[in-house]
Design a binder for this molecule. Structure first.
Ligand code: LLP
Length: 421
């Protein structure tokens, strides 16, 4: 459930009409609902309530500092994958002890930043990274808390570009090798082993792959404890999928996910960490765009929007589906028309949908892409020198621009022409 509903014939975000935001901000823009973000965060805290836990929001899915502040103020931890994301979490007021640092390629500078600024744990993905982290920690006179990300060799049954738990993927240490690497970790002067980390992929629509991975983590916990390691935290990653269409998808609910975690891992006495991104942010955001032209092509009609692949890359990058709805509620009986929905960017890949059945739409009409809160604005670029799309946050009857559209002066001023040219 989200808070983007028609009211008096107009799409609203909570109590604000999308047309009012469009009149102030212009299009395209992302719009997020504070109530939806809050609700989705609480679905996880409630699902894990019987166990000691920390829900660490995966910043990569939606990284605006205002959104991070909203979630951080509710008590959320943060999962960061770069120095930049770490700084965003801190700028939002999230204390270091609620920040976990993931990612296969952490640099020594990023390690230093987090060790001096405060960190809950590094999720370490390889032996070279482990040794580098120990060196950096020793040079600062501290010990770095770590969980080793293990690769359980489980098929997440999701899009190949976002599956991470198979042995051929670049992520984690093969689970069969984990005891050896933990032994090395325990011998390093700058390392403090606190737990185990696993993340098998994103947009998972079944619980079975999670359960298979968590069962392996359970066995590993027992083996590592027998080896003398004080395993007290299990970071289970993110990945729970969301429905992208209204009709036929029903991914498992956070309650079912939480119950499974409780069943598989609940008796180990570990604190449970999870790193959901998409389930919290995905359906909490829409991308609003305006129809520039309706073009009648050969055998097909194109709806040319002012949003493009640079603003929302998921359809062209993953073939992803986003529901597209008109901002003015169509009459119940209005006939559907098939449109190829495209943006103005100069490549055929700039296609959001093919032969999509939509109600009658004309130049100047507004449409909204649903489920665009996760991996939308964060993956936007300025390709074709299209200004980075702005972001708006709604809470009740308030709305605010939380990232402004850059001006062309700002964009051009970032380039410099060398003196010698
Ligand atoms: N933790 C780690 C270590 C991750 O790599 C990810 C996502 C998450 C947590 C959060 O996963 P989520 O709960 O959001 O599924 N750009 C792609 C998704 C990439 C996901 C990358 N890692 C998309 O638009 O579908």
């Amino acid at each position: 459930m989200d808070h983007f509903l028609y009211r008096d014939g107009l799409l609203h975000a909570e109590d604000v009409a999308i047309t009012d935001i469009a009149a102030t901000v212009g299009t395209p823009f992302y719009c997020y609902s504070a109530a939806t973000l809050t609700r989705h965060y609480h679905l996880f805290t409630e699902a894990l309530a019987p166990l000691p836990h920390l829900v660490c929001f995966a910043i990569k899915s939606l990284s605006n500092v205002a959104v991070l502040k909203l979630l951080g103020d509710l008590g959320a931890g943060m999962d960061v994958v770069s120095g930049g994301e770490y700084l965003r979490a801190r700028a939002a007021g999230v204390p270091g002890e609620r920040i976990v640092f993931s990612g296969v390629g952490k640099t020594r500078d990023e390690m230093r930043l987090a060790l001096t600024g405060g960190i809950r744990q590094f999720n370490v993905e390889s032996e070279p990274e482990l040794r580098a982290l120990s060196e950096v920690a020793v040079s600062l006179g501290v010990r770095a808390p770590i969980a080793l990300r293990v690769n359980p060799d489980v098929d997440a049954k999701t899009h190949e570009k976002i599956a991470t738990g198979k042995s051929e993927n670049k992520f984690g240490v093969p689970i069969a090798k984990a005891r050896e690497v933990y032994a090395e970790a325990a011998s390093l002067p700058g390392i403090d082993v606190v737990g185990i980390d696993v993340h098998i992929g994103s947009q998972l629509t079944e619980l079975a792959p999670f359960e298979a991975a968590f069962t392996k983590v359970r066995d590993l916990t027992q083996a590592l404890r027998a080896d003398g390691h004080n395993i007290r935290r299990l970071d289970l990653g993110g990945g729970l999928g969301i429905p992208y269409t209204r009709s036929n998808e029903a991914p498992p609910l956070p309650t079912e996910y939480g119950a499974m975690i409780h069943r598989v891992l609940g008796d180990l006495g570990c604190e449970i960490e999870i790193e959901p991104g998409r389930l919290i942010s995905g359906n909490a955001g829409i991308l609003v765009s305006q129809v520039i032209y309706v073009k009648n092509g050969e055998g097909r009609d194109f709806l040319i929007l002012d949003a493009a692949m640079n603003d929302l890359v998921r359809p062209s990058m993953y073939g992803a589906h986003h529901d597209i709805i008109p901002v003015v509620e169509p009459a119940a009986a209005s006939p559907a028309q098939a449109f190829d929905v495209v943006g103005p960017v100069c490549e055929t890949g700039d296609t959001f949908a093919k032969a999509r059945a939509l109600p009658h739409l004309a130049e100047g009409d507004l449409v909204a892409f649903r489920s665009a809160g996760a991996y939308g604005a964060v993956m936007a670029s300025e390709y074709n020198t299209r200004p980075l799309v702005p972001e708006v946050l709604v809470k009740g009857d308030h709305f605010a621009v939380i990232r402004a559209r850059p001006t062309f002066d700002e964009i051009l001023s970032r380039d410099t022409i060398p003196e010698w040219l």
